[in-house]
Ligand binder design. Structure first.
Ligand code: FAD
Length: 283
């Protein structure tokens, strides 16, 4: 399929992108790696009148140690997240999950910022960033603001980004020596989207679980936290994991589609949450 006709502008800087977005209003869309936007344009599910290409803004591609957190430029490709030594050392969950996105071609074009801004509940990185309690830095005509991942994903493909805002940076915490993590992705073929995915970050203190943060992929219209499991595990010990994981589908509303029924997705959420917690506790 061929997309509908559109105009094309190249942004020379973030400020220029903001200016172009302001000029064209809701008719305009940013183009980063194009690996989510172009497929939906080809399917005619999106028909922006103007594409503002930010793909050449090299200064938005970086992974930096920023003291208490790691700062990742929005245009950093999945492959660079996957291979970052800093992320592997300090936030292995994110580097590992990036290695599971699509295939090598997708990982060399797609960007972390595009994945976040697209807000697809079936994408792997948004639920992982939710479990990590990441922050997102966005810039628009009103200046810069920081939005917590918890407040960012609002509905299906809907985020807290205003039409004239550019996501510039993703901030993730360094996972200390007491933190274990896991991402369990259930898909039919290695390069497929997740039927369901579960991210877990578990902090331990004196033999018990001081906190567990669990993100769910493809279990509703947005990436979700498994709050009931998190509450059940606060202050608990490892023997409580299997029972707590039984609540993983509470408060979710998964779709039924060709890949799985809603009932099977709920079953997967429970099984994958148990596996994710067990793996996180074994690290
Ligand atoms: C065959 C295939 C398989 C895939 N498999 C997976 C998978 O297994 N797991 C997975 O998670 N993803 C998968 N993806 C999606 C892939 O990860 C995309 O790269 C990613 O979701 C979007 O990143 P992008 O840079 O390509 O964004 P684009 O497609 O360029 O943009 C996506 C949306 O975000 C907006 N946007 C982009 N950047 C910004 C920004 N900095 N600020 C504000 N808005 C912005 C755009 O306007 C657009 O609305 C797959 C894609 C394909 C084509």
């Amino acid at each position: 399929m061929i997309p509908l006709k559109f105009d094309y502008e190249v942004a020379e800087s973030v400020d220029h992108a903001v200016q172009l977005l302001g000029q064209h209003g809701e008719e305009a869309k940013l183009l980063a790696g194009g690996h989510s936007l172009l497929p939906i344009m080809k399917l005619r599910l999106a028909a922006p009148a103007v594409l503002v290409d930010i793909g050449r803004l090299g200064d938005l591609s970086y992974v930096r140690d920023a003291g208490d957190h790691i700062a990742i430029g929005a245009l950093t490709r999945h492959a660079d997240v996957e291979h970052s030594d800093l992320l592997r050392e300090q936030c292995g969950l994110l580097a590992y999950t990036a290695s599971l996105v699509g295939d090598p071609q997708v990982r060399h074009r797609g960007t972390i910022g595009g994945s976040v801004a697209h807000g697809d509940p079936a994408s792997d990185l948004p639920s992982v960033l939710l479990a990590l309690d990441a922050d997102f830095v966005v810039r628009g005509s009103g200046g810069e603001r920081t939005v917590a991942a918890r407040d960012f994903f609002q509905d299906y493909l809907q985020t807290a980004l205003a039409p004239d805002e550019v996501l510039t940076e993703i901030r993730v915490p360094k996972l200390g020596p007491n933190a274990g993590w896991s991402y369990q992705k259930f898909n039919r073929r290695a390069q497929d989207w997740a039927v369901v995915g579960v991210a877990a970050v578990v902090e331990r203190q004196n033999g018990s679980i001081s906190s567990a943060r669990i993100g769910l992929t493809n279990m509703g219209s947005t990436p979700l936290r498994a709050s009931a499991v998190e509450s059940a595990l606060s202050g608990a010990d490892a023997s409580s994991v299997a029972e707590a994981a039984q609540s993983a589908a509470e408060g979710t509303s998964p779709a039924s589609d060709v890949a799985a029924s809603d009932e099977f997705r709920r079953h997967l959420a429970r099984v994958l949450t148990r596996r994710a917690l067990e793996e996180a506790l074994s690290r």
